[in-house]
Design a protein around this ligand. Structure first.
Ligand code: SF4
Length: 713
């Protein structure tokens, strides 16, 4: 047979979003001549059962993308020059040693973007770089998104990763607040084929309800949808807790005897009457009562709140309140309620780095607290721009595109230009990395192996799957973990220290599997190790979510203290909505589309073709009141900036609410993303506010931004 006609079938998970769908990828040819001829869902994957979304096909586009860097580049007189890995590591190491020797270790920051959790080499070996750099200035996309989930889990259950997820396959009643799983495919809830799973709730006689300022794709198939004024979720949540106390809806469950602080919580929420909640949220009181009663009718109910809930002023309080609602209803650690997945790779132990801590140190300029060793991204630009001792002079970015994804991106643009050194591990010259002095590109996803450390911990069913590479890496290229090993060792050496290379991530995974709950050591019939996963390329089903939180609690006294002091004090500071400022009569919210997750996905033709998806949705009543026309280009103005947007009349959004997706804005000078530039759109984060954040955690506020729409000129 001719080499070119050799066909091979590969099985691996898609790494493009949290759903980790199993793929069946067929290739033709061998080695460097190998090319993809089809990508389909893997019907034998026990978790995703053949489901995929349109993004999966774009894995091929990513692999073949002519804009993708494969070897290191250095900026010389404003132009990019290809250099060797050795030159890159040596030069970066010398500059880092010089800057940190002169300005101190904390003059250099590290930012880790969202793709880190989808590429296990970054997760396992990112710590090497942090060790070599020795800086406390660590930032990540966590504080743009999910920090409130970790915060609530840490304070209630003693570990930032002990996060109960909806047992969607057995629940009888589910509330989805500020989430659109039909577009996101689940978030902080790994749930492939979510549409079928939601419809199954209805088929077995259950219901699900969506609460959102927009009638989303998920709301369209829900049993009911309640519009809520952006930023007022905390009123509904605290009002629901109050209602449960006042109407004998607090149910004893197997965790009740380890609760502390019930009376303090009851007292703290006492002022959140139905009348106040209704006035603040815009939801009629009778609809609130119906919702609360339906939820409390059985313990197999689960309240789930996601992105829209987390990225508002009281995001951490909201995520705590959601846990409290589930706990008071006796729904936590109960089949059909909210359960903590048992991932095959065990969690770090309480007290070890990664289990969580809070406010051990703060940002220099605004005093925002660290959580788990990370500082809030909203403070990153001001830490670079504000002169004085401790000013940031250098930055490493590990994937991510904070210029488009963090608040006040234009300010970050300016800050990055002023740095003495910026190094990016990334394979694109995008809106952020164009500011770098060096870009170190790792191999693409299909060229390296992978195990989903993060997402099995959030999955609605326990499974394990190892993903072999589809392609051989090209000669001279390096995997992310190889770059991190080499760069870290070079930096340590330049600083007169010595660092040993960490083993490859698959070796670390094997060790983790053999220490985990499904190992031979733990007496599990599955006796998992790497060899067993490799022999089962579709993945191994480990069963539905399991009870056992009591044994896994990481709090010092093995109890659950509901009355988290800092949050109860925050309740006292919640202000009633006193109306909008005259210049900003509208409220901006975000939007997710199934064809987009990260900004670089806009560089693949098949994900951006068709009707533009970056228009600003405006309700017809607002269009009329403002004398605007559907399709008109207008100015969207916030406290920090203004952008030109094309408006689209849509009664999906509430009156008074405008809606724009994030991740667009590819019209900046200097980027090298040919397709994305042609579909530029505008950046949501050019108008989001870096000074607006959750006062408890510093998490960014990206939902409920005061704004106005104005005619051009
Ligand atoms: S939902 Fe789509 S993008 Fe997400 S893992 Fe599945 S196929 Fe990939």
């Amino acid at each position: 047979m001719n080499e070119q006609t050799i066909r091979t079938t590969h099985y691996r998970a898609c790494h493009l979003c949290e759903a980790i769908c199993g793929l069946k990828i067929e290739t033709e040819g061998v080695q460097q001549e190998q090319r993809i001829i089809s990508i389909k869902g893997d019907e034998h994957d026990p978790f995703s059962r053949g489901h995929i979304c349109p993004k999966a096909i774009a894995l091929q586009d990513m692999h073949d993308d002519p804009d993708r860097l494969k070897l290191p580049v250095k900026k010389v007189d404003g132009a990019w020059q290809q250099i060797s890995w050795e030159q890159a590591f040596d030069e970066i190491a010398q500059i880092v040693a010089e800057i940190q020797g002169r300005e101190g270790n904390d003059s250099l920051a590290v930012y880790a973007g969202n793709p880190n959790v989808h590429n296990y080499g970054n997760l396992t070996h990112g710590r090497m770089l942090r060790k070599a750099l020795g800086t406390k200035q660590n930032y990540s996309a966590t504080s743009l998104d999910q920090l409130p989930h970790h915060f609530a889990a840490y304070f209630l259950y003693g570990h930032q990763f002990l996060i109960p997820v909806p047992d969607i396959d057995r629940t009888k009643f589910m509330v989805i607040m500020g989430g659109n799983p039909l577009a996101s495919n689940g978030s902080m809830m790994t749930v492939p084929d979510v549409k079928k799973r939601l419809k199954s709730i209805q088929e077995r006689g259950g219901k699900f309800v969506v609460i959102d300022p927009r009638r989303t794709e998920t709301a369209d198939i829900a049993d009911s949808h309640l519009f809520i004024k952006p930023g007022t979720d905390i009123f509904l949540l605290l009002g629901m807790i109050n209602y449960m106390f006042n109407n004998e809806r607090v149910r004893d469950g197997h965790l009740t005897n380890v609760f502390d602080g019930l009376a303090e919580v009851e007292q703290s929420v006492a002022g959140f009457s139905l009348a106040i909640v209704s006035a603040q949220t815009g939801i009629p009181a009778n609809q609130l009562i119906d919702l609360f009663d339906a939820f409390c009718a059985q313990p197999e109910s689960v309240f789930y709140g996601r992105m829209g809930v987390s990225v508002q002023q009281h995001g951490s309080l909201c995520q705590w309140a959601i846990q409290v609602i589930n706990l008071l209803n006796g729904s936590v650690d109960v089949p059909g309620g909210a359960m903590v997945p048992s991932s095959a790779i065990a969690y770090v132990q309480p007290g070890e780095p990664g289990s969580g801590h809070y406010n051990l140190f703060q940002t220099r300029v605004r005093g925002l607290p660290e959580f788990g060793g990370e500082l809030p991204v909203s403070a990153l630009a001001e830490e670079m721009l504000t002169p004085g001792e401790g000013q940031l002079k250098a930055l490493f970015t590990l994937a991510g595109n904070p210029v488009l994804s963090s608040p006040n991106g234009r300010q970050l643009d300016q800050a990055l230009e002023k740095l003495d050194l910026m190094v990016s591990l990334d394979f694109y010259i995008n809106e952020t990395t164009q500011h770098a002095d060096y870009i170190l590109p790792p191999t693409a996803a299909l060229e390296h192996d992978h195990y989903d450390i993060a997402f099995h911990r959030l999955a609605v069913r326990d499974t394990a799957r190892f993903n072999e590479p589809v392609f051989e890496p090209e000669a001279g290229t390096k995997h992310d973990w190889e770059i991190l090993n080499g760069l870290s060792i070079a930096i340590a050496a330049a600083k007169g220290q010595s660092l040993r290379a960490m083993p490859a991530p698959d070796i670390l995974m094997d060790m983790g599997l053999q220490m985990g709950p499904y190992s031979k050591k733990a007496g599990s019939e599955h006796a998992l190790n790497l060899a067993k996963l490799k022999a089962n390329p579709h993945g191994i089903d480990l069963g539905p979510l399991k009870e056992g939180l009591l044994k896994r609690l990481c709090t010092e006294n093995k109890r659950i203290n509901l009355a988290v002091e800092i949050l109860l004090s925050a309740i006292n500071k919640i202000a009633l909505d006193s109306g909008h400022e005259l210049d900003f009569p509208l409220t901006l919210i975000g939007r997710r589309h199934v064809r987009s997750n990260n900004s670089w996905m806009h560089n693949y033709h098949r994900l951006v073709k068709g009707k533009p998806r970056h228009h600003c949705f405006v309700h017809s009543s607002d269009l009329n009141a403002l004398n605007l026309v559907d399709g008109e280009e207008v100015i969207l103005r916030s406290r920090v900036n203004e952008i030109k947007v094309q408006i689209e009349m849509s009664d999906e959004v509430m009156p008074g609410v405008v809606c724009l997706p994030h991740g667009w804005g590819h019209d900046r000078q200097g980027i090298k993303l040919e397709v994305a530039e042609r579909h530029a759109g505008v950046s949501f984060n050019d108008v989001s506010d870096d000074q607006a954040c959750d006062p408890v955690t510093g998490n960014a506020i990206l939902n409920g931004i005061p704004c106005g729409l104005y005619k051009l000129n």
